[in-house]
Design a protein around this ligand. Structure first.
Ligand code: 13P
Length: 248
């Protein structure tokens, strides 16, 4: 399985920043000979420019969210079909910031993932527990519920990516321990087995939450960790490329 290193640029930067970041990442990827797939997910308004800078090259393009419908009267929204039209291959759905800021629940996340699949995109379905849930010993139960509610049923698993992002590790500089990550990723794989059968073995499971160059190698070495979803560190090309270089 080829690991996936995905940069979630969130709501950061100017158009010029996005262009130059894309160019730097592409340059590094072309020079680097990495053993992973590289993906960047800029804000919607920068997708077109970043797609132009990346061309058909070594770095893939993705969206940070999509609507459930292919088109229509949905002011301010962007459809998976539109993302595909701009050259995206992936879209993040159910990020904890969307779940928290926009009240997205599992059913909506599943509908978005289904819309992504219908448009020919690979959905990156995000799950993760809050600190209170972890302290209460509920992390695995919460993640299991999120997966069962958010993952489209009856789909080809090679067209699915899951990201485990503990909410308390996002943007905080705190990462889950490698042992905790391995435990959760094993559980994600087990739950996926019940949802997509044997092809669960093919699903790439990414870890996200304060992944940096200095912790990437240890996290990526854990069993069932098939890549990373990187926030802050993906805004610096050197850091993002160093994380990609940590893939064995
Ligand atoms: P940070 O890497 O900034 O913690 O963000 C992780 C994340 O939310 C990626 O989607």
């Amino acid at each position: 399985m080829t690991p996936l290193i995905a940069g979630n640029w969130k709501m950061n930067g100017t158009l010029a920043d996005a262009r130059s970041l894309a160019q730097e990442v592409l340059g590094g990827a072309q020079a680097g000979g990495f053993s992973c797939e590289l993906l960047v997910c800029p804000p919607f308004v920068h997708l077109s420019a970043v797609g132009g800078a990346l061309g058909e090259g070594a770095v893939r393009l993705g969206g940070q969210d999509c609507h459930t419908a292919a088109g229509g009267a949905h002011t301010g929204d962007v459809s998976a079909t539109m993302l595909r039209d701009l050259g995206c291959g992936y879209v993040i759905v159910g990020h904890s910031e969307r779940r928290a800021d926009h009240g997205e629940d599992n059913a909506l996340v599943r509908a978005k993932a289904e819309a992504a699949l219908a448009a020919g995109l690979v959905p990156i379905v995000c799950v993760g527990e809050t600190l209170d849930e972890r302290i209460a010993g509920q992390a695995l139960a919460v993640i299991g519920r999120q997966l069962k509610g958010s993952v489209p049923v009856g789909m080809a698993a090679e067209r699915l990516v899951v990201a485990y992002e503990p909410v308390w590790a996002i943007g905080t500089g705190r990462t889950a321990t490698p042992g905790d990550v391995a435990e959760v990723h094993a559980e994600v794989r087990r739950v996926l087995g019940g949802l997509v059968g044997e092809s669960a073995a093919q699903v790439r499971i990414l870890y996200g939450g304060s992944v940096k160059p200095d912790n990437a190698a240890e996290l990526l070495a854990q069993e069932n960790v098939n890549g990373a979803l990187v926030g802050g560190a993906s805004l610096k090309a050197a850091d993002f490329l160093a994380i990609a270089g940590a893939c064995s």
